[in-house]
Design a protein around this ligand. Structure first.
Ligand code: NI
Length: 181
């Protein structure tokens, strides 16, 4: 197993825009495997490389029992929106209604450097947007209206995990939900 510790809010890597992947080598394939195993172990519906401390534009997703990954994503978003609860493995125990585009077409590469297109709606579209945000140093709480964001920050500051030197918490035990991204 190559399950990695998940970085938590407060870790600067989560606010750092990730670099495009240029080399499709064994290291990249190992990164995709680590991300997939860590995501499934959490469990989560998606995981971005910065969340395990790697500042590269790679994420995995796990929706409808089908794990997948995307390298160097480029998104085309629908104008039509969806509203639903969203959470993040880097912000344990927090979930807020977060607006997202209903549908997404994501172009990128697979780990072998071959072009791929992921088309999805609902949770898959939400996961792809959430993970691509991670690659830009954006967290879902940034997508909330100011009032909800303030409430989220209050909950973060009050949480047990916030400010821990060593991130040990991966997800709460009751987080067996597909909304953790
Ligand atoms: Ni997340």
């Amino acid at each position: 197993m190559a399950v990695q510790p998940i970085r938590l809010f407060g870790d600067p890597v989560l606010r750092t825009p990730a670099a495009p992947v240029e080399t499709f080598d064994k290291e990249l394939r190992r990164l995709v495997r680590d991300l997939t195993e860590t995501m499934i172990d959490a469990p989560g519906a998606g995981l971005a490389a910065p969340q395990i401390g790697v500042s590269l534009r790679v994420f995995t997703y796990w929706v409808d029992d089908e794990p997948g990954h995307l390298v160097n994503p480029d998104l085309d978003l629908s104008d039509e929106l969806q509203i639903g609860d969203e959470g993040c493995l880097s912000l344990p125990d927090l979930a807020f209604e977060t607006p997202r585009s209903l549908r997404v077409v994501a172009k990128g590469m697979n780990m072998h450097g071959e072009p791929v297109v992921i088309e999805g709606s609902d949770l898959l579209a939400r996961a792809v947007q959430h993970e691509t945000d991670h690659l830009d140093g954006i967290l879902f709480i940034d997508r909330l209206d100011p009032e909800a964001r303030k409430e989220a920050m209050r909950m973060i500051r009050a949480s047990e995990w916030f400010g821990e030197a060593t991130p040990t918490i991966q997800a709460s035990p009751h987080a067996i939900s597909s909304r953790w991204l």
